[in-house]
Design a protein around this ligand. Structure first.
Ligand code: BDR
Ligand code: CA
Length: 307
């Protein structure tokens, strides 16, 4: 079992990533931390608690982290995730409570205490991770790997070259990619293959219980937003791809590359400049085994749904 900490901004695809990480037997989910991104920090944290309550995840600490990017004002993705950040289903009052510890302090403590190095899986802006690396540099050897959803080898989704998670906090991304810790980037070039087709929705519906209908409502809202904003026929489920890479590396093919973060460009700020010929500082995802990805995801959700 690979010990992981999921740092997220739920977010429809983050919500499914939480359930994948909780339900798959290959990973040991040590903590869930939240960051401002898809919505403000109070909303992303509430949404993490809602998902944990829904999925019966009671034994994993949830801690809130940074309320804004390192240097620039927060830009949220309300057009894609709605006013709550998790629009679609109606959630009751969560019974899972947030930890009193700041996310960065919780992650630091876990890294120090856990008997083996831990993999960090960020699926939102990299603010918390950058703060962790700068405030507690002694943690670096305790981090086995950072496997993130963000960036792209091709086009972006908030500007021609920038993907949302990197665009929201490019300075944080630059710190993470320059840290010397092993980084794996799962970008839009692969996550755009994880499309929630009608067949996938039918499999989610078949899960039944409390989870099946909520997953369908989440994906229905997400699909209509993706149709409106991007003209996609089916929405891409970005964040679970990073979790899947940790669960079974053969699901997500990667190559070594140098990734530079554009922090200056007038038109390209937040771009991930991937140089396949440069001195590698990262692994970059280039392929996804789509059928096996969905099989693994649905199996994990079925585990979570089981009483
Ligand atoms: C990323 O941005 C967010 O809207 C999603 O949750 C995902 O992490 C995709 O660009
Ligand atoms: Ca996310």
């Amino acid at each position: 079992m690979t010990p992981i900490i999921l740092d997220c901004d739920p977010g429809h695809d983050d919500a499914i990533a939480i359930m994948l990480a909780a339900g798959d037997p290959a990973v040991d989910l040590l903590a869930i931390t939240t960051v401002a991104g898809n919505q403000t920090l109070d909303k992303t944290t509430l949404n993490a608690l809602r998902v944990c309550t829904l999925a019966g995840i009671h034994d994993v600490p949830v801690a809130a982290g940074c309320p804004r990017p390192l240097t620039q004002p927060l830009q949220v993705a309300e057009d894609v995730h709605g006013e709550s950040g998790l629009d679609g289903p109606r959630f009751g009052e969560p019974t899972v409570r947030v930890s009193g510890e700041h996310a960065v302090d919780l992650v630091h403590r876990i890294l120090q205490e856990h008997p083996e190095p831990v993999t960090l899986v960020p699926t939102g802006p990299l603010t918390n991770i950058a703060l962790l690396l700068t405030r507690y540099p002694e943690n670096a050897p305790r981090i086995r790997e950072i496997v993130l959803m963000g960036g792209s080898t091709e086009r972006g989704n908030v500007s021609p070259y920038a993907e949302f998670n990197i665009f929201v906090d490019p300075e944080a991304a630059a710190i993470v990619f320059g840290s010397g810790v092993q980084v794996t980037m799962c970008g839009l070039n692969v996550t755009h293959q994880a499309l929630v087709t009608p067949d996938v929705v039918a499999r989610l519906e078949a899960l039944g219980g409390a989870i099946g209908p909520v997953c369908v409502e989440l994906m229905t809202f997400f699909a209509s937003a993706y149709r409106k904003v991007f003209g996609f026929e089916a929405p891409p489920l970005h964040d679970p791809v990073a979790v899947a890479r940790v669960i079974d590396p053969s699901l997500v093919e990667c190559v070594d590359a140098h990734v530079a973060i554009e922090v200056v460009g007038r038109f390209t700020r937040g771009a991930t400049v991937v140089d396949l010929g440069g001195v590698p500082n990262a692994k970059v995802a280039v392929g996804l085994d789509v059928p096996r990805f969905w099989d693994r995801l649905v199996a994990a959700l079925a585990n979570v749904a089981a009483p």
